[in-house]
Design a protein around this ligand. Structure first.
Ligand code: GLN
Length: 197
């Protein structure tokens, strides 16, 4: 049986995630309403514009359903804006994040659109050498709770990927490169195959 993975399709680059996950054999649905979370093994919250995503998440009544999904053992992975949406706290006043993961995040940590960059980083739980990571007006994790592990940092130590059980957040965009290893890691988490911390 393939894994059932949802991609939150309210705004952002959900189609790119869908294509990668399907290429890896997952059964993917674009989630636009809360009831579509039922029965999924995992959910990706894509990159995009976090203020817009949070606004639409509230408009369509997602917050409680998302928390329930997580509490009932669904895996959740946020990329870039998705990381911001998952945070428990932001350094900035907007948006109000959904508190799915115990991380304190700062938006646009690396500057504006022109300060977007690409670099190679090692990711814990991903074998075969560094991952080429694309950062587009990316956030960074400033603090995190005890149960959260940093699984990737930049060379200067800035945390850019974190994991806690079946929850994962990356400041960069693995869906924009041909390397599928981070998506494979998320599918392993969704299947309940957790790397030891
Ligand atoms: N800077 C955007 C935000 O704050 C995120 C950018 C992205 O997802 N690539 O929502």
């Amino acid at each position: 049986m393939p894994l059932d993975i949802g991609v939150l399709a309210l705004q952002g680059d959900f189609q790119e995630h869908r294509a990668v996950l399907e290429s890896l054999g997952a059964a993917v649905i674009e989630v636009r309403l809360p009831h579509q979370l039922e029965g999924l093994d995992g959910l990706v919250i894509p990159g995009g514009e976090s203020t817009t995503i949070v606004k639409l998440v509230h408009r369509w009544g997602f917050p409680d359903a998302l928390r329930r999904f997580k509490e009932e053992g669904g895996a959740v992975w946020g990329t870039c804006a998705g990381m911001i949406v998952m945070a428990s706290e932001l350094l900035e006043p907007d948006p109000k994040p959904l508190s799915l993961m115990d991380i304190k995040v700062s938006r646009n940590w690396f500057g504006r659109q022109v300060d977007s960059f690409e670099t190679d980083i090692l990711v814990k739980g991903v074998s075969g050498g560094p991952v080429h990571a694309v950062f587009i007006r990316a956030p960074s994790v400033r603090e995190h709770g005890e149960g959260v592990e940093t699984i990737a940092t930049l060379r200067d130590g800035t945390p850019v990927a974190v994991r806690s059980g079946k929850l994962m957040a990356t400041a960069f965009h693995p869906e924009l490169t041909p390397d599928t290893r981070i998506h494979e890691l998320f599918l392993r988490l969704s299947a309940g195959n957790l790397p030891s911390v």
